[in-house]
Design a protein around this ligand. Structure first.
Ligand SMILES: [Fe+2]
Length: 302
């Protein structure tokens, strides 16, 4: 059989992909048509290339089932799965070119929560005593011409000094190490926190099993998450990494962009200001927005 018939009946394996493409060609929405057709082409080619066995196909189905079952209100295994295979970073970088000077984007990750506390500039988002050294974070939000953007929302979230987000850790108060700040008339933001630690991504689900099977470690280097928004600008989702962080060169989510490596500077604390008259870290990072529509992702957890 040559597989060229067009009567909806398959003569052999070679007829399948053309038939799927013919059926998909009548998808009314043009963009959806492009997406499902390309997906079918690549997925079929993948099955052929690796000679996917029935046992492997069954295992793949169970893997996807397990990802769904591992999802809860406080844990998003689907986002995590996309992160550890590099898809999340690829989508972030493709959709956020930096030619105009925009700060590089990074994956959102599975830990962002909507409606984190609104905070006054300078507020401390470390809401319980940890004994960790304070870290003072500041910077400017600007447009691509370098003009300061006042009234921009800087939403920050981070792991604790032991490497846990508050939703993973019963020791931390709700919304600890999360906050939303509004830039002042000069486009400046500043706040107090504690230095975040690197952390392993959750490994109790299928993603952890995959990492173990691949012989990969589950760690992310220490970082701060930023989501910067303002009307008429594309919302910037990014992460800034400590240049001395462990695993900086082997982030399990492939998320470290060179321009997003910053320096958490240690200072002995000899300044006159009482708050600074003790050992602490200082971290400064400016963020540049690109014009566009101000939209927000769906929070991966509640
Ligand atoms: Fe993170």
């Amino acid at each position: 059989m040559n597989g060229d018939h067009d009567d909806g009946i398959i003569d052999d394996e070679s007829a399948l992909t053309p038939m799927v493409k013919r059926v998909f060609a009548s998808t009314p929405d043009a963009r959806l048509r492009t997406l499902v057709t390309a997906f079918a082409e690549h997925a079929h080619a993948f099955v052929r290339e690796v000679g996917l066995t029935e046992a492997e196909f069954q295992a793949a189905i169970e893997f996807v089932e397990g990802i769904g079952k591992a999802n809860t209100d406080t844990h998003n295994e689907v986002v995590l799965a996309a992160d550890v295979v590099g898809i999340s970073t690829l989508v972030a970088l493709l959709n956020n070119p930096t030619e105009g000077g925009q700060t590089a984007a990074a994956l959102l990750g599975p830990f962002w929560r909507g409606n984190s506390p609104r905070c006054e500039l300078g507020a401390n988002i470390s809401r319980h005593e940890t004994g960790a050294l304070p870290m003072f974070v500041s910077g400017y939000v600007r447009d691509e011409d370098g003009e300061p953007l006042s009234g921009a929302t800087v939403d920050v979230w981070q792991a604790s000094p032991v490497g846990l987000y508050e939703n993973q850790d019963p020791e931390q108060p709700d919304m600890n190490l999360r906050g939303r700040f509004t830039t002042d008339a000069h486009g400046r933001y500043w706040f107090e926190t504690v230095r975040p630690a690197g952390y392993p991504v959750p490994t109790h689900g299928p993603v952890g099993a995959l990492l173990r099977a691949q012989g990969r470690h589950p760690y992310r280097p220490a970082h701060l998450h930023f989501m910067v928004s303002r009307p008429d600008y594309k919302t910037l989702v990014t992460q800034i990494f400590a240049d001395d962080a462990e695993h900086l060169s082997s982030d399990v989510t492939f998320g470290v962009v060179r321009s997003c490596v910053g320096h958490f500077e240690y200072r002995e604390g000899t300044e006159a200001d009482a708050r600074l008259n003790r050992p602490h870290y200082v971290f400064s990072y400016d963020l540049t927005l690109h014009p566009g529509v101000s939209e927000f992702p769906t929070p991966p957890i509640k």
